[in-house]
Design a binder for this molecule. Structure first.
Ligand code: CDP
Ligand code: MG
Length: 140
């Protein structure tokens, strides 16, 4: 899966009406959407997805936020997908995100930061399989 990454448009960006603009940025950057759905995470599901952060001080806030409303989950394909997508979204804290990045444009703060992007090929595969069955990932 080295040419794939996993993303979520988070509840803040969905509520603010940014789904279309964010998908346009993703398409313009050369990513192909190979799986996509709108869904809402339960607190348990959000907690499991972010289990790696369970000992961090922001974990409960993160779980509450990520289960607070609908998200859009997607798998994206492009050469060097993980790294290129992290560049496209910008730093975790939008105050530090480069101009023109998705977080600089659409994120409010370090917690409610508009989008998720996998941080490694291994986690891209784990996160994709967490949210999608193989039959809902498309080659076209
Ligand atoms: O999402 P990213 O990989 O850039 O950051 P992370 O360090 O893996 O943290 C995961 C998520 O936790 C962030 O995207 C934020 O939503 C949240 N977070 C937070 O609320 N407060 C922090 N100080 C750091 C992260
Ligand atoms: Mg991360």
């Amino acid at each position: 899966m080295s040419n794939r990454t996993f993303t979520m448009i988070k509840p803040d960006a969905v509520k603010a009406g940014h789904i279309g603009n964010i998908l346009a940025k993703i398409a313009d950057a050369g990513f192909k959407i190979v799986a996509m759905k709108m869904t809402r995470l339960s607190a348990d599901t959000a907690g499991a997805f972010y289990a790696v952060h369970s000992h961090r001080p922001f974990y409960q806030e993160l779980v509450d936020f990520m289960s607070s409303g609908p998200i859009v989950a997607a798998i994206l394909e492009k050469d060097n997908a993980v790294e290129d997508f992290r560049t496209l979204i910008g730093a975790t804290n939008p105050a530090e995100a480069a101009p023109g990045t998705i977080r600089a444009l659409y994120a409010a703060n370090v917690g409610e930061n508009a989008v998720h992007g996998s941080d490694s090929n291994e986690n891209a595969a784990i996160e994709s399989n967490f949210h999608f069955a193989g039959c809902d990932m498309f080659a076209y």
